[in-house]
Design a protein around this ligand. Structure first.
Ligand code: GRF
Length: 199
């Protein structure tokens, strides 16, 4: 079965990325973390990448104010490192058409809710959990999906659920969901690598 060659894009903490790297290091996921790209020079994700000895790049609109050039620079970096699967792990920017076209059906994202509910533009981070709690939902969770031109819209590859208790806050719910995210992302990548999920 094919080994996956992963390119990560992350803006902040990169805990999902770390969970995937850890599972590779434990020999549970047959993949290579080829490169990490962040739009945020201070992101913990870049620091984690450097600690792991993974090539790490800060590529943002500061270097490439032109959207098209930014898209091309990200694509070039992914290609230079022989990436075959792009893993968005808390990446706060929209992926450009060049990357999406080259990596058609090979760009994955994780969203901290049970899509198709609570997705779309502006639905990220605490806003998602706020909306879930406000709607009085009994459960929430996380979703790994393919990325297309529309926010949180591509094919759903898998989900994990958490129960919501009456005393949950945005912080407690987000922590519960994040714990499941770390399990789900690796689970889905394993299924892709062993052929259970065909992209
Ligand atoms: C996660 O909640 C993920 O669902 C969302 O951004 C957050 C990233 O967390 N897309 P981390 O950077 O992986 O710690």
């Amino acid at each position: 079965m094919p080994k996956l060659y992963l390119g990560f894009l992350a803006s902040h903490g990169g805990s999902n990325m770390q969970a995937i790297i850890d599972s590779i290091k434990r020999g549970e996921l047959d993949a290579v973390p080829c490169v990490v790209i962040s739009n945020n020079s201070n992101s913990l994700a870049l620091e984690r990448a450097r600690n792991e000895g993974i090539p790490a790049y800060h590529i943002s609109s500061k270097h490439f104010p032109n959207e098209d050039e930014l898209d091309q620079a990200i694509l070039d970096t992914l290609l230079k490192h022989n990436v075959d699967t792009v893993v968005l792990a808390g990446y706060m920017k929209k992926i450009g058409p060049k990357v999406l076209t080259h990596f058609k059906n090979r760009v994955l994202n994780i969203h901290p809710a049970l899509l198709p509910k609570f997705g779309g533009q502006g639905m990220y981070g605490k806003f998602v959990h706020e909306a879930v709690l406000k709607a009085g939902e009994k459960e929430s969770g996380c979703t790994v999906h393919l990325v297309d031109e529309i926010y949180d819209h591509g094919r759903i590859l898998g989900q994990r659920k958490v129960e919501i208790s009456p005393d949950d806050t945005v912080d407690t719910l987000s922590a519960k969901v994040l714990e499941q995210e770390h399990i789900l992302y690796t689970e889905i990548l394993k299924k892709i690598s062993n052929g259970e999920i065909v992209l």
